[in-house]
Design a protein around this ligand. Structure first.
Ligand SMILES: Nc1ncnc2c1ncn2[C@@H]1O[C@H](COP(=O)(O)OP(=O)(O)O)[C@@H](O)[C@H]1O
Ligand SMILES: [Mg+2]
Length: 347
């Protein structure tokens, strides 16, 4: 008899294991919690239960006001937390392996080959006393042996790719001799030398003017596609991720406010915070006096409100928002942590 029964995938009747990412999945962050030891020796979760998935070649935009935990999330992924910080919970599965369990040496190797990071301020990540050529050669050597000649050729080729004219001349120059936009292009070139499968760009264009910003974002998009690299694009400015992102993670005070496919977040934002962030994208066709700003400030680490952390600034909050954690409302891949959005959905 039993031979005729269809195959039962879950014969014990337990709830099926949560579906793990497909083979396309590159990075899966589950319930990541990063704790910081503050000066007053309080131990606080500056990143609290953050989860997201990133497929190969895909771009995740991580958005939120300054101080909401974007950089700490990225630093945990690349294993470069400040010494006062530690991963206190959760998993960071990269190619199926948990990076939180790797040794510092293993993480150094992964950073050299698989995961690269571009920082906000290229002046602080480029060494002012070395020529561009020397710095690019070091970056190349970090992931394999190359001769000086090979290094120069590879570096020049990469500078050409990122749109720097006369790369051979530029290689002999020092960072201060380049413009801000060119320095950021050099940083992008350096981060791509190892052909990483994941690129983390932390506010890569914040220090640049709007025109250069658009050029750099377009460059990132093109190169990333060409190399099939996934990207985590971190920004406080929703405008930056409108063109580049496949998915959006909105963070507020260390937690996920809303997460989902970019087109859904833009067309149907459900969290009042996301709605406000979207309202604050500067639009050329709207008088800037009309721009919505978000009143109040994000809470500080040692004074997190109970319940929903956004309620003190939320136009929709009700009493229960102070008392209880916001529930997760899921609609397909779109998830929002807001009681009022959940109420709206069920009414
Ligand atoms: N090295 C550090 N020491 C103390 N506090 C820190 C440190 N790094 C970050 N923080 C605090 O952790 C919170 C999150 O910081 P961060 O991840 O840098 O935010 P974001 O990148 O979103 O601006 C902020 O309150 C910030 O002040
Ligand atoms: Mg930051």
């Amino acid at each position: 008899m039993s031979e005729t029964l269809p195959e039962v995938r879950n014969p014990t009747g337990d709830t099926p294991p949560e579906v793990r990412g497909t083979s396309e999945t590159l990075l899966e962050v589950r319930n990541l919690t990063v704790k910081l030891k503050l000066d007053n020796s309080q131990d606080v979760a500056a990143v609290d239960g953050v989860s997201f998935t990133l497929n190969r070649g895909e771009t995740l935009g991580v958005v939120g006001e300054s101080g909401c935990g974007k950089t700490l999330t990225a630093s945990a992924i690349i294993g470069l937390l400040p010494h006062t910080g530690r991963v206190a919970g959760g998993e960071i599965l990269f190619e199926g392996e948990d990076l939180t369990k790797k040794s510092p040496r293993q993480m150094r190797e992964i950073r050299g080959r698989e995961i690269s990071m571009i920082f906000q301020d290229p002046m602080s990540s480029l060494n002012p006393v070395y020529r561009i050529e020397t710095q690019m050669r070091e970056a190349l050597r970090a992931h394999g042996k190359v001769s000086a000649k090979e290094a120069r050729e590879l570096s020049a080729e990469m500078l050409r790719k990122v749109g720097i004219p006369l790369p051979e001349t530029r290689l002999r120059e020092y960072p201060y001799q380049l413009s801000g936009g060119q320095r950021q292009r050099v940083m992008i070139a350096m981060s791509l030398l190892s052909k990483p499968s994941l690129l983390i760009a932390d506010e890569p264009t914040s220090s640049l003017d709007v025109t250069i910003q658009a050029q750099i974002l377009e460059l990132l998009r093109t190169l990333q596609r060409e190399m099939n690299a996934a990207c985590i694009l971190i920004t406080h400015d929703m405008g930056v991720v409108t063109e580049n992102a496949d998915k959006i993670l909105v963070m507020y005070a260390g937690r996920v406010a809303e997460y989902g496919p970019a087109e859904e977040i833009f067309s149907r934002p459900m969290h009042p915070y996301t709605q406000r962030l979207l309202g604050s994208i500067p639009r050329l066709d709207v008088d800037s006096d009309y721009l919505t700003t978000i009143e109040g400030a994000a809470p500080s680490l040692d004074r997190m409100p109970t319940g929903c952390r956004f309620y003190p600034r939320c136009p929709l909050h009700s009493g229960v928002c102070h008392e209880q954690e916001p529930p997760a409302l899921r609609i397909g891949e779109h998830v929002v942590f807001c009681r009022r959005a959940a109420d709206g959905e069920s009414s």
